[in-house]
Design a protein around this ligand. Structure first.
Ligand SMILES: *[C@@H]1O[C@H](CO)[C@@H](O)[C@H](O)[C@H]1NC(C)=O
Ligand SMILES: *[C@@H]1O[C@H](CO)[C@@H](O)[C@H](O)[C@H]1NC(C)=O
Length: 211
């Protein structure tokens, strides 16, 4: 029994030291969390806002050869990127745009090529333009062809726009690491002189920004 006592005491001492380390760790974690929380409150970081202001479709038709179609397109999209932040600046390093019709992607382009865009200051908006022009062989099934004819007669094509971006936030002189994400917009683009004038006005559309 007497021989066991020193053992017991040393174990208790070890537990005591461990609990001090634990308390210290918890305190440090709490302080760091508090600093992050206060910084968050001061900086109030917000995602940038993205929208399609204008969309012009001057060519959108296809030629048919056996089972394949060649889609001829000319689509100009005028976007607006807005930085709603009070403290954070934004660098848009690259934005790559893709457009699809009826689930078929028909064109891609660099809307912003690497580092061509400068720094966007707080509470400002910038125009960003994308031109999608050319032709692409697509496989449209019977339903897609009939939807195309329906939309053509109606004078409005539903086009899905997806953009992949790389950006960085800047706080004072500190630039945060690169962040990637995507932007999605579904736009109804008027086409041609078919339909009434009223139907043919493009409605500016807000996009969804995902980090
Ligand atoms: C496609 O549309 C353009 C412009 O609307 C027109 O000039 C061209 O002739 C059309 N092509 C075909 C194959 O229908
Ligand atoms: C839309 O983008 C095109 C292509 O870059 C440009 O020529 C045109 O001026 C832009 N329109 C507006 C209203 O910004």
């Amino acid at each position: 029994m007497a021989q066991l006592q020193p053992d017991n005491r040393s174990r208790r001492g070890c537990c005591c030291r461990l609990s001090i380390i634990w308390k210290l760790l918890v305190t440090i974690v709490l302080i760091v969390a508090l600093i992050v929380f206060v910084l968050f409150l001061i900086v109030q970081p917000q995602s940038f806002k993205f929208s399609v202001k204008e969309a012009k479709l001057t060519q959108f038709n296809y030629t048919t050869k056996t089972n394949t179609h060649t889609l001829h397109y000319n689509l100009v999209l005028n976007f607006t990127a807005r930085n709603p932040n009070k403290k954070l600046n934004i660098y848009y390093d690259a934005i790559e745009g893709h457009v699809s019709y009826e689930g078929t992607r028909f064109a891609s382009t660099d809307v912003i090529s690497l580092n061509s865009f400068g720094r966007q200051y707080t509470k400002t908006s910038s125009p960003i333009n994308g031109v999608f022009s050319g032709q692409r062989v697509v496989v449209f099934d019977h339903d897609q062809v009939s939807d195309f004819e329906r939309d053509k007669n109606y004078g409005v094509f539903r086009i899905d726009v997806k953009l992949y971006f790389t950006m960085r936030f800047r706080l004072g002189d500190f630039i945060f690491p690169y962040t990637k994400g995507n932007i999605k917009c579904g736009i109804d683009v008027p086409f041609g002189s078919i339909g009434t004038k009223l139907m043919n006005a493009f409605e500016p559309t807000t996009c969804e920004v995902n980090f």
